[in-house]
Design a protein around this ligand. Structure first.
Ligand code: AVI
Length: 320
């Protein structure tokens, strides 16, 4: 099951691809929605990299400082001789912040983009020749299976970047259960979680002054057009992101600025003026709230590390 959308497709679209079925189902709902995984075509991935360089988007900067400043303690909590598994590893950059003090039996980076993953794994291997690296090409949001044998070193999952916030809380628990299911009674989960904070700081992080997040959001429509032979006019949509304090989440939408009719995968869609298409949630958690979610997935907290402002939390859990 897709953990981002966790939705049922109501109508049979026998002749359509799985992507078409999923997108059509989302756009047939009210309000319309598209899974955030469609942000990440080549241009979208480059735009996301640009977001991570923005002053307003504090997440990567603060998380890196926490990991580096507390590296010795984090690596001690993980212990030596484990298999580190990183879903969505991409460039395998973040593991480099720990490796100087982390004694691993193996590293399994996972990503949906095989070519990029392979190149990143080779480059990491050049710098850490003694580290056993076995990349796995997969969409971790669809399920996790690392095929460890009983005598392999136990797995520790590494899920940084607050990507867990892009799942709805129930789906986040399901995802953590999927990782827990890969462990016996030893293993761990090292996870980066973005915390609740002043709404102005969150608003700025998702409405940057250079408009990069807006481009990233609108590029999703370009991606749909090219995947599904569509003719959505992207000029008819604007970026709309807000912090919903009651739900503790950033909500990203595309707002239609004028009535628009478009085709996608041979189907007609009508967009009303002012209509919102939901593209992403980014949940923010108090550390205690997140610990409760992790507990319901079968984990117990070992330690939480935060920056002085408490803008971000890196947490380590063990299986119970
Ligand atoms: C990937 N993920 C953790 C980002 C976030 O903050 O939720 C995606 C993002 N969307 C807009 N800016 C960044």
């Amino acid at each position: 099951m897709n953990l981002f959308t966790a939705q049922k497709i109501e109508q049979p679209f026998d002749e359509l691809t799985q992507v078409a079925q999923e997108v059509i189902a989302g756009l047939s709902q009210s309000p319309k929605q598209v899974s955030p995984k469609y942000f990440y075509d080549e241009k979208g991935s480059a735009l996301f990299d640009a977001i991570t360089e923005l002053d307003e988007y504090y997440v990567p900067r603060v998380e890196k400082a926490i990991l580096v400043d507390n590296r010795a303690e984090i690596c001690a909590a993980i212990g030596s001789g484990m298999t580190l598994v990183e879903p969505g590893a991409g460039s395998c950059e973040k593991i480099r912040w720990l490796l100087p003090e982390l004694d691993l039996a193996a590293y399994i980076p996972m990503d949906i983009s095989g070519e990029h993953l392979q190149a990143s794994a080779v480059s990491l291997g050049d710098d850490y020749a003694e580290l056993k690296i076995t990349p796995q090409v997969c969409d971790h949001t669809l399920g996790i299976d690392i095929h460890l044998a009983a005598d392999d070193a136990p797995p520790v999952f590494f899920y940084p970047g607050s990507s867990v916030g892009n799942f709805e809380p129930e789906a986040a628990v399901q995802f953590m259960r999927a990782m827990r299911a890969q462990m016996q009674d030893t293993g761990g989960l090292l996870i980066g979680v973005d915390t609740k904070k002043d709404a102005d700081i969150l608003h700025a992080a998702y409405n940057d002054s250079a408009g990069v997040t807006a481009q990233f959001n609108i590029n999703l429509l370009d991606n749909l057009n090219s995947l599904l032979e569509g003719d959505i006019d992207t000029d008819k949509f604007v970026h709309h992101a807000l912090y919903n304090a009651e739900r503790g989440r950033i909500e990203m939408h595309l707002r239609c600025t004028g009535r628009h009719s478009a085709q996608l995968a041979g189907q007609q869609f009508e967009f009303a003026e002012g209509e919102l298409v939901h593209t992403e949630y980014s949940y923010k958690y108090h550390p205690d709230e997140f610990i409760e979610l992790a507990r319901s997935a079968g984990f117990a907290p070992v330690k939480v590390w935060q920056d002085d402002d408490r803008w971000f939390a890196v947490m380590y859990f063990e299986p119970v």
